[in-house]
Design a protein around this ligand. Structure first.
Ligand code: SF4
Ligand SMILES: [Zn+2]
Ligand SMILES: [Zn+2]
Length: 307
């Protein structure tokens, strides 16, 4: 197998691009692909500081590394989720990545905030991923706003976006479809722009990038992801991709070009402010404050019954 770019021995085959690359050509190829996505979607303006949400997994660490290589000014934000040893190992990898490169990293421990995902799920009997998603969104938004960052970048990749799109289409979730875009512009004074520069980059590409760049990431999956519907959708899309390379990319790109703009123009009123924390909300209290109240009342009942 020959490298499409230099003719040397290729190590990576990208069927969706009908191309093969050696490691020396793959790394600049990925930089270019992500750089083009950022420019095409106007994700980051020149001179803007980017807050990069980093979990310790391959996608977010690859994203942080690519943004630095592309010359962006970045700060990492790591939310330690409080999911047993998995979170500890994720935090270790993230801190080691930042320290080795002398990068600025903000770390927030949900356990120290009294909001560890495993406790939130146990007390409220909600699915762990629902509590986790609510808390992640809140902290990314709030920290970006409080610290004056104009933009937050997350490591969602093409596989994530295609699986999310399939899930939304299967249930015709029109509001979610209207908001599914690699760039979310602020609709409230306390929102900042949210971008997904890897939306055209596959999981395989970000894993290969980490391997070639010697980026040490947490390989294990979150224990709560076992049996998640998103994994079923990813499996289905992988089968389609194997039979017809390029399907995932076309699915997402065609949606963004043909359907999403129309859905976005019909979407609902912007959020108001949460009466407790002041962050954007579609109800009196935002999802995070509702979750906190529920946890506090269950904790109080728990303590009373144990006393
Ligand atoms: S799988 Fe669920 S609980 Fe685990 S990190 Fe993802 S959203 Fe959070
Ligand atoms: Zn090459
Ligand atoms: Zn709130």
């Amino acid at each position: 197998m020959k490298c499409t770019r230099c003719g040397g021995s290729a190590e990576v085959k990208l069927r969706q691009h009908n191309a093969n690359f050696c490691r020396d050509c793959f790394v600049p190829f990925l930089h270019k692909q992500v750089g083009r996505s950022i420019e095409k979607q106007n994700m980051i303006a020149p001179g803007e500081s980017v807050l990069v949400a980093v979990s310790g997994g391959k996608d977010s660490l690859a994203l942080w590394d690519v943004l630095i290589e592309l010359g962006y000014q970045t700060t990492g934000l790591h939310l330690s989720l409080g999911i047993g040893g998995y979170s500890d190992r994720s935090t270790e990898k993230t801190v080691a990545f930042a320290e080795a490169r002398d990068l600025e990293l903000i770390t927030v421990s949900l356990r120290e905030e009294g909001l560890a995902v495993e406790d939130a799920a146990r007390f409220t009997r909600r699915p762990a991923c629902s509590a986790c998603g609510t808390l992640k969104r809140h902290y990314f938004d709030r920290l970006a706003y409080d610290r004056g960052f104009p933009v937050v970048a997350t490591g969602h990749n093409l596989d994530d976006e295609a699986a999310r799109l399939l899930g939304n289409v299967l249930h015709w979730q029109m509001e979610y479809l209207a908001r599914q875009h690699p760039v979310l512009q602020p609709t409230h004074e306390k929102f900042v722009r949210k971008v997904k520069p890897l939306y055209r980059t596959t999981e395989f590409e970000s894993a290969a990038y980490c391997f070639f760049r010697k980026i040490d990431y947490v390989i294990e999956e979150c224990p709560n992801s076992v049996g998640a519907t998103q994994l079923i959708h990813k499996d289905a899309l992988n089968k389609l991709e194997a039979a017809s390379p390029g399907s995932k990319l076309a699915f997402v790109q065609e949606f963004l070009q043909r359907a999403q703009p129309q859905l976005a123009s019909e979407s609902n009123a912007p959020p108001r402010s949460c009466e407790s924390c002041g962050m954007p909300s579609f109800a009196e209290l935002c999802a995070r404050c509702r979750l906190v109240r529920e946890i506090e009342s269950k904790r109080a009942r728990h303590a009373a019954s144990g006393a």
